[in-house]
Each structure stands twice: as structure tokens, then as C-alpha cells.
Design a protein around this ligand. Structure first.
Ligand code: HEM
Length: 464
């Protein structure tokens, strides 16, 4: 055995690992985890466990199937969502029906292909807005522009309606509600960890979440009412949902179920998608070599004047690698929160009792040097000619989760992120705000429901 092998073995045994940043286990994983479990149990009567997936648990398929329970928090209890919403229900009858609707009626390739033109139009609107900034010499807040675009891409895929505008001063009600809801759900809530505080809702998180959810549900009600009155048949997902709700399966999928499903899709889909676009653009601006390689690929394969389409994504391997590398380094959901639903389970010598809260640390997994050479360097090339994808097969890269609860919106997110980034870099040359150098960019992260950039990326577009 070489010295390097010995070191590797020792590191594995000790579980020397990642995220000192969070104060999580750094040297001896087993001891630290045990300490965490004991302290936590004493405080709240809940067992919590943090996992990261460097040393794969031996029986990975079983493992991901068994950690499939949702964790109950204040936000999941609002409006009885733990009995209605796909993101809050335990794996079982109703959850399966909702997931089947998502898979077959909403996010199948055929369904998404039929709404492709709508999304193309929304990306054109983004490009018009950027063009206007370009002509007037205005800086673009990339995260905000991507948020408005993601919101409209999702609202058009679902209802054929725009939910937001780029210009301030125009109707921003919906944007405000969704921003507000994301921010309140992403906030740390003491009552989630000390259940006795739940009734008092000391930080007002339950009340505030309820306020935003009711507003959003009222808006969905209005849209559904209007659609019911209309004789004009639309080719969107609402039409498919209404057919299910009115048809044979109406006892399994009520109007209330429909509204909560729509709410889930907006909450889970908007920030994650726009946050990813902002991080991709940040890394491209910080790494001019990678930007020019990605741009060259698009211009060579698609051309300078032909607009990129969703059907072109598979022809752009370098762009795909850039986006995978962004998912590795800046996963939009840094933790998967699950509850074990087996009586007792053993993983790598840890016994996990039923109802333990499991935090799967995706962020740390993506930065672990045992899996990724040069983990702190942004290198899309590591994904070229490789087999790793983001579909939950490779535990070292699971930005969309894995197993039964894997993100149902993955096929839509994949299309939206690639389309937005490809269009932004195909048409424009980007520079940072005057006075800012790429190596001095603030790369801090802000944790919430999704991992956002702490300081928004502001960049100047120039027409090519
Ligand atoms: C880059 C974009 C996105 C990322 C990174 C992402 C990531 C995730 C992750 C990590 C989960 C939890 C999976 C698990 O527990 O294993 C999740 C769940 C979910 N996502 Fe996404 N997501 C994205 C976009 C979307 C979009 C566009 C939609 C729909 C419009 C969506 C809808 C959902 C829903 C409904 C769930 C809950 C599923 C359940 O609990 O069964 N997501 N997503």
C-alpha cells in the first residue's frame, strides 16, 4: 500500500470532510454525528442526522427509497397542506396520484414540446428587455430578470398567462407575493425544531406563510374560474388538470388539490430556476475563457442569428457541462430534508431510528475533494465525455434530489435553464459593472429555500 493509499484509507475511516462552513463534522464524522443527535434529542425530542454522500451508503437504492418522508414544518401545516400538497404529503396513495399527474400530464416530453413556442416567446421578451438596457446603457440585475422570466415561463407553461413584468412600476403584485412566500418559507423557524413553540408561532412564520398562500390560491381560483367560463380551448397544463378534475378521477383530484399543486409548482420552480441562471452567468463572467468557449459553441452549432431553441440543447455539450458544473458548485437546494420512514435502518454503522430527520448535504457533497479533483475550481471540462448526469443516478451530483421524491419539474427546469443561458450569451457580450473586476466578485451565498447569491449579479450587456 502506498503512502497515498494509506492516507486515503485513513481519511475514509475518519470521515474527514467538508463543510466547516456550517460548523458540521470536520474530522471524526461518527463522533460528531452522535453528539449532534444527543443534543438535538434533548432539546426537542427529535432525532436529526446529517448525511453527505461521499462514502456511498452500501445499499444506495434502498437508502434513497427509505428516506422518502417529508419533514413537517410550520409551512407544511398551513392550510392543511400536509394532507393535500405533493411536496408535503408522505409517499402513499394521494402523493402517487399527484406525481403521476405531474409525470404524465405536465412534464412529459410530449406535453412540454407542445408548449415550447410559448416559452420561446417569453425568452424573446427577456432578450427585448436586455436589448433595451443595452441601448440605454443600463445595468441588468441578472437574478431579477431571470426571476421574472422563470415566473413567466412557468405561468405560461401552466396557464398561458404572464405573471410578471420586467419594468418596475408595472403590475408587480404576483411577483411580490411569490418573492414574499419564498422568503418566509426559507427563513429559519425555531418552532420547527422546538415543537412546543408551534402553537405560539413566535416569529409569525405560519401566519405570514398563510397570508401569502391564501393570496396566491385566490389568484389561481380567479384563473380557473375564467378558464371555466371560456369557450376557447388552450393547449396548456391547466386544461389537462381541469379535464382530470372534471372527469372520472374527480374524487381523486379536486379543485382544491389542483390549486395546491399549482402553488407547489410555483414555489418549487421559480427561485431554483432563476437562481441557477444567476450562478451560471456569475461563473461565466468570472471565467472569460469559459464564457468564450460556451459562446463559440453556440455560434458555431446554432449560428449568430438563428435563435436557440429547446430542441438545440442536446447539440451543445459544453453548455450542458457548464450547467452541470454550476449545479455541482452552487446547488440551488443545498440540503435535502427527509424523514426516515423505516422502523430502524443501518447505514455505514449508524443506526437511524424511525422519524429521524435526515439532512442530505448536497452542497458539501459537491465540494468534497475525495469525489471531485480541484473541487473549488469551476471546471466544466470535468463533465465532458463523462457519464454523470443530474437525474438522480449519480449520488455525487443530485441537485434535483434522487429516488421517489426526485424533482418532478426536472424536465421543465432543464429546458428553461439551458434556453435562458444560451439565449443571453448568444446575443450579447457581457461585462461587469464599471469598476468591478471579475476576480473581485462577491461569491457569497445566501441560504433560504434555495441557495441565492448574497450580492445580486449586475452586468452590462453589449450587442454583438
Ligand atoms: C433548477 C431548477 C430546480 C431545482 C434545482 C430543483 C430541485 C428540487 C429538489 C432538490 C427537490 C427535492 C427532491 C428530493 O427531496 O429528493 C425538488 C422537489 C420538487 N420540485 Fe424541483 N427543482 C427545480 C425546478 C423545479 C420546477 C421548474 C418545478 C415545477 C414547475 C419543480 C417542482 C418541484 C416539486 C413539486 C417538488 C416536490 C416533489 C415531492 O415532494 O414529491 N422544481 N426540486
Amino acid at each position: 500500500m502506498t503512502k497515498e493509499d494509506e492516507k486515503k484509507l485513513r481519511r475514509e475511516e475518519e470521515g474527514a470532510t467538508p463543510s466547516a462552513r456550517y460548523g458540521y463534522p470536520v474530522r471524526n464524522r461518527r463522533r460528531t454525528l452522535c453528539a449532534f443527535i444527543v443534543v438535538y434529542k434533548a432539546l426537542a425530542g427529535i432525532t436529526a442526522l446529517i448525511l453527505w454522500l461521499v462514502n456511498r451508503p452500501k445499499n444506495t437504492t434502498k437508502t434513497r427509497q427509505r428516506f422518502s418522508g417529508p419533514v413537517e414544518t410550520a409551512a407544511t401545516q398551513v392550510l392543511s397542506r400536509h394532507d393535500i400538497a405533493v411536496s408535503c404529503l408522505p409517499v402513499g396513495g394521494k402523493w402517487r396520484i399527484l406525481r403521476k399527474i405531474c409525470r404524465e400530464q405536465m412534464f412529459s416530453a410530449q406535453r412540454l414540446d407542445s408548449s415550447r413556442v410559448l416559452r420561446r416567446e417569453k425568452v424573446e421578451k427577456l432578450l427585448d428587455y436586455v436589448n433595451e438596457c443595452c441601448v440605454n446603457g443600463r445595468v441588468v440585475d441578472i437574478g431579477e430578470a431571470a426571476f421574472v422570466t422563470s415566473l413567466n415561463l412557468i405561468s405560461n407553461t401552466l396557464f398561458s398567462v404572464d405573471f410578471a413584468e420586467y419594468k418596475t412600476g408595472s403590475s408587480q403584485e404576483l411577483k411580490g407575493i411569490i418573492h414574499g412566500l419564498m422568503s418566509v418559507i426559507g427563513r429559519f423557524n425555531l418552532a420547527d425544531y422546538i415543537p412546543i413553540l408551534g402553537v405560539f408561532d413566535p416569529q409569525g412564520i405560519k401566519r405570514e406563510s398563510e397570508f401569502y398562500m391564501i393570496k396566491l390560491i385566490e389568484i389561481f381560483d380567479g384563473i380557473i374560474d375564467e378558464r371555466e367560463k371560456s369557450t376557447d380551448k388552450k393547449n396548456d397544463l391547466l386544461e389537462a388538470l381541469m379535464e382530470i378534475s372534471d372527469g372520472n378521477q374527480s374524487d381523486q383530484f379536486s379543485r382544491n388539490d389542483m390549486k395546491h399543486l399549482l402553488l407547489d409548482l410555483f414555489v418549487a420552480g421559480t427561485d431554483t430556476t432563476s437562481g441557477t441562471v444567476e450562478w451560471v452567468m456569475t461563473e461565466l463572467l468570472r471565467n472569460p475563457r469559459i464564457m468564450s468557449k460556451a459562446k463559440k459553441e453556440i455560434q458555431t452549432i446554432i449560428g449568430k442569428n438563428k435563435q436557440v431553441d429547446e430542441s438545440d440543447i442536446s447539440k451543445l455539450p459544453y453548455l450542458q457541462a457548464v450547467i452541470k458544473e454550476t449545479f455541482r458548485y452552487h446547488p440551488p437546494g443545498p440540503f435535502l430534508l427527509r424523514q426516515s420512514d423505516e422502523d430502524e435502518l443501518e447505514i455505514n454503522n449508524y443506526t437511524i431510528s424511525k422519524n429521524s430527520v435526515i439532512l442530505i448535504n448536497i452542497w458539501a457533497t459537491g465540494r468534497d475533494s475525495r469525489t471531485w479533483p480541484n473541487p473549488n475550481s469551476f471546471e466544466p471540462e470535468r463533465f465532458l465525455n463523462g457519464e454523470i448526469d443530474v437525474k438522480g443516478h449519480n449520488f455525487e451530483l443530485i441537485p434535483f434530489g434522487a429516488g421517489k421524491r426526485i424533482c418532478p419539474g426536472l424536465p421543465l427546469a432543464h429546458r428553461m435553464v439551458h434556453l435562458m443561458v444560451a439565449s443571453l450569451i448568444q446575443e450579447f457580450d457581457w461585462e461587469l459593472e464599471p469598476g468591478l473586476k471579475s476576480k473581485e466578485m462577491d461569491m457569497n451565498e445566501k441560504f433560504g429555500l434555495s441557495l441565492q447569491k448574497a450580492v445580486p449579479l449586475r452586468a452590462v450587456p453589449n450587442k454583438q
